[in-house]
Design a protein around this ligand. Structure first.
Ligand SMILES: [Cu+2]
Length: 365
């Protein structure tokens, strides 16, 4: 996991850089129909959004189980986890098609030079050493070639770094992740302030009788949490991180996301999940004794299911809040208006309370 993150500061190719704005905007355009679809579906799905499997203890969350090879480390797999965000795919490609071949070629070249020197210039084969101390052509070459290699790596790398700090569009779903010693808590400020606390699920032999323990349906050992967070697929996510005590880091390898959570400040990045699934990560900043026991589990679901989950949690969708408030106001307005008109000729004093009532109805309070 750590090796995968080393590539984070570096990043993808120039050709891909040209594609990025289009890729970043595409999910934003999908947002409107997705949200529109979510509204009716949310109502339809609401009855189904009862607490799912009691083992998962997920109020209204779809009982999603682990998919092999997706969103988690896999035994025997030697490369980066399959990526489900645009930046992740870009970085994976940068790693596979630029960095890895380059590192391999340089290592083999240096190895060949060493072998050649050891054999050709050993004492037995070369009893009288050359007195040569300078060679202008070679000195220029061994200075210039590494500089050109570094420039070739830096250009796509800086492009990817830039893409990783692209601010989220206005319609993004905001997830605030808060690091604590030693668990994560979450807030959905745009969805009625839903709050979730996610703790590591212990193994069967670590809990008292009757207490909940991890099963394979929850996820891999040390990665499964008692409460999962739910995020919509195809919708930009604005991730904000902070911490209550020491520095933590919110990291999910399949999203190509690793963002420090620092007490007293907010860090922000954005991403769009392209594939429904269950994704796991861990705190990735040494934060104390139980640093290795604060996992992250994300369920990525279609926007309609996300809306249903938000409802089941007692939250609201940003687009939904306004029509809901406007509906009683619209219903109240025609009724109140004739009343106000009728009252006006007879008693203007009575019209004022009628208007006040309308105003109350309009705000829904
Ligand atoms: Cu931590």
């Amino acid at each position: 996991m750590r090796i995968a993150f080393k590539g984070l500061a570096l990043a993808a190719s120039l050709a891909l850089a040209g594609l990025m704005p289009a890729a970043a905007q595409a999910p934003a355009k999908q947002e409107a129909p997705a949200a529109a679809a979510a509204a009716p579906a949310a109502n339809a799905a609401a009855p189904a959004a009862k607490p799912a499997s009691p083992e998962l203890a997920m109020d209204g969350a779809p009982a999603m189980t682990v998919k092999p090879m997706l969103g988690q480390p896999t035994d025997g797999l030697m490369t980066i986890q399959p990526q489900v965000t645009a930046n992740g795919r870009r970085a994976h490609s940068f790693h596979d098609h630029i960095l890895l071949p380059l590192i391999t070629a340089i290592s083999l070249f240096v190895l060949a030079l060493l072998i050649w020197v050891v054999i050709r210039y050993r004492r037995a084969a070369n009893p009288v050493p050359s007195k040569t101390s300078h060679n202008t052509a070679i000195e220029i070459a061994w200075t210039l070639i590494p500089v050109l290699i570094l420039v070739a790596v830096a250009v796509p790398s800086i492009g990817l770094l830039n893409a990783q700090y692209k601010p989220a569009p206005a319609n993004a779903v905001t997830l605030k992740a808060i690091g604590n010693q030693w668990y994560w808590s979450y807030q959905y400020p745009d969805n009625g302030g839903i709050e979730i606390t996610a703790n590591l699920l212990k193994e069967k032999d670590q809990v008292a009788a009757g207490e909940r323990y991890r099963t394979d349906a929850d996820g891999p050992r040390l990665l499964a949490t008692d409460n999962r967070i739910v995020l919509p697929v195809g919708v930009p996510i604005r991730l904000i991180t902070t911490a209550n005590d020491v520095i933590h880091s919110w990291a999910v390898p399949a999203f190509w996301i690793k963002l420090d959570a620092v007490p007293g400040r907010l860090n922000e990045t954005s991403f769009t999940i392209e594939k429904p699934g269950l994704y796991f990560g861990q705190c990735s900043e040494l934060c104390g004794a139980r640093h290795g026991y604060m996992p992250i589990a994300v369920e990525a679901v279609p926007p309609a299911e996300f809306a249903a989950w938000v409802k089941a949690k007692g939250g609201s969708m940003p687009g939904e809040a306004k029509p809901a408030a406007a509906a009683p106001a619209a219903a109240a307005a025609p009724a109140a208006a004739p009343a106000a008109n009728a009252a006006a000729p007879t008693n203007t004093a009575e019209a004022a309370p009628a208007n006040a009532a309308t105003a109350e109805a309009a705000t829904g309070r």
